[in-house]
Design a binder for this molecule. Structure first.
Ligand code: ATP
Ligand code: MG
Length: 270
């Protein structure tokens, strides 16, 4: 198993309640504690509605939380506002499920990839093309994609562009919210392998939200099992599950490959 480094993120005692009207409330995050280390892939798994995406939205500050702390290298980013918050956000980027709706169809690929750098004033106009080509090479796409539009590309190619864009600010954390779920299994495999290679090269940590337990168990160093807003268990491998709910999840997987090495067996994708 690969090693990973110091703790970079700690989410402490996160509570998020949605008001559903008529006095009804839904606790989507119920005193959740999570820690993430440099170069780690942390899977967030659990049934639909268990609160996985809510955690991602709290982490990126898209949703306010009721209470809790979000510590990045020990500093709480939850109270930050304005420019301080904008700077803290640089470190946490996101790749979403559906690559077809993620981009502005009027932007060329080079503009899509370099937009985060432009937003932070970190690139001059004349440098955009070269930087985009460098990022395209990194995600194994042809350089001439830089001047194309995203519409006429495959889902897998668009997801590579999304990954290039997420990496361009050199964040320490990338949240993948079902980032491979919309793709064909064969394409999914190549994207997982790309994420793995990029992690080895950049030591980025992944917050990997995934409803596919076999895939999460294979790809992730550790997993958080969620149920109804609560963390049920944190485990390294689903086969170590002790909690009855995690065991039920485990029973729903027909085959889990042996070992935790990063060579992805083809059976997983058939
Ligand atoms: N903006 C919102 N307003 C009200 N309820 C919400 C809102 N966002 C999420 N919820 C509710 O919070 C709960 C957790 O939702 P969340 O999207 O985090 O689940 P999830 O684990 O990501 O599910 P899935 O696997 O289907 O994506 C669900 O019951 C959902 O209906
Ligand atoms: Mg979700």
């Amino acid at each position: 198993m690969k090693g990973y480094g110091e703790e970079i993120l700690r989410m402490e005692d996160i509570v998020k309640t949605f008001d559903l009207g008529e006095g009804k409330k839904l606790v989507a995050s119920d005193h959740v504690n999570i820690s993430l280390h440099k170069g780690e892939t942390l899977g967030i798994v659990g049934e639909s509605g268990s609160g996985k995406s809510t955690l991602a939205k709290i982490l990126t500050r898209l949703y306010p939380m009721d209470s809790g702390r979000i510590l990045i290298h020990g500093k709480d980013i939850a109270p930050l506002k304005g420019e301080e918050l904008r700077q803290a956000r640089r470190n946490i980027q996101m790749v979403f499920q559906d690559p077809s709706t993620a981009f502005n169809p009027k932007q060329r690929v080079k503009e899509i990839i370099c937009e985060p750098l432009q937003n932070y004033g970190l690139i001059r106009k004349g440098e955009v093309e070269e930087k985009a080509k460098e990022m395209l090479r990194l995600v194994d796409l042809p350089e001439d994609f830089a001047n194309r539009y995203p519409n006429n590309m495959s889902g897998g190619q668009r997801q590579r562009i999304a990954i290039a864009r997420a990496l361009v600010l050199k964040p320490e954390i990338i949240i993948c919210d079902e980032a491979t779920s919309a793709l064909d299994v064969s394409v999914q495999k190549t994207i997982i392998e790309l994420l793995d290679r990029l992690q080895r090269e950049t030591h980025v940590a992944y917050f990997f939200i995934c409803h596919d337990l076999a895939l999460a168990n294979m790809f992730c160093d550790n997993m958080i099992i969620m149920q109804k807003g609560k963390v049920v268990e944190r485990i390294h491998d689903l086969r170590e599950a002790k909690d009855p709910y995690s065991k039920k999840l485990l029973a729903s997987i027909f085959t889990i490959e042996e070992g935790k090495n990063k060579v992805l067996p083809d059976e997983l994708f058939q």
